[in-house]
Ligand binder design. Structure first.
Ligand code: FES
Length: 175
């Protein structure tokens, strides 16, 4: 009786079985990894990019006089397909080349208001007071009100909204 010729060394059965078992698992894991990475990139909040947006404040024709003018602006935060909006109060200073100040108190984040009778901003939470140009007068706040970047486009004053760290002497932009 003649034996059949063999084509080289044969693989042990256990190695072949392991390869058949783990190869598809590796492929599936790779596919899921790619999908999860893509989903994370797509869904994470895009905060930094939003803070670079220019937002209309008021037409230049409405900006006159010596007193700060209050305005409400809306920012958008995008997380994947979800867009949320937030309202923020700002003050325009027509007497200071239309500088715009955030109304967020730099002490602990309450909203300041303009008191025209006494010609200063006041914070209702812990009684910080600020001059008409935003500089600190008194109270626990450690710096003046925060100015925001501005530009004029198509006859409108625009602003880039920022928020800053509370209760610090330096002005540190939050990211
Ligand atoms: S939050 Fe304005 S003084 Fe404290």
């Amino acid at each position: 009786m003649r034996s059949r010729p063999t084509n080289g060394p044969t693989q042990p059965n256990s190695t072949r079985r392991a390869l058949i078992t783990y190869l598809p698992l590796g492929v599936v894991a790779g596919i899921f990894g790619s999908i999860l990475t893509g989903a994370f990139r797509f869904l994470r909040p895009v905060v930094a990019a939003e803070s670079d947006n220019w937002i209309d404040v008021l037409p230049l024709t409405e900006l006159s006089g010596a007193s700060p003018i209050t305005a409400s602006i809306t920012t958008e935060n995008t997380a994947g397909w979800s867009v949320t909006t937030e309202q923020h109060r700002v003050y325009v200073l027509p007497g200071t080349n239309n500088q715009v100040l955030s109304a967020v108190c730099p002490h602990e984040g309450c909203e300041v208001s303009w008191e025209s009778q006494v010609n200063k901003f006041s914070c209702p939470c812990h009684e910080s007071f600020f001059a008409a140009d935003g500089s600190k007068i008194s109270g626990p706040a450690r710096r003046g009100l925060d100015p925001l970047p501005t530009r004029v486009q198509d006859g409108k004053l625009q602003v880039q909204y920022r928020s800053f760290e509370n209760n610090s002497r330096e002005r540190i932009t939050r990211t």
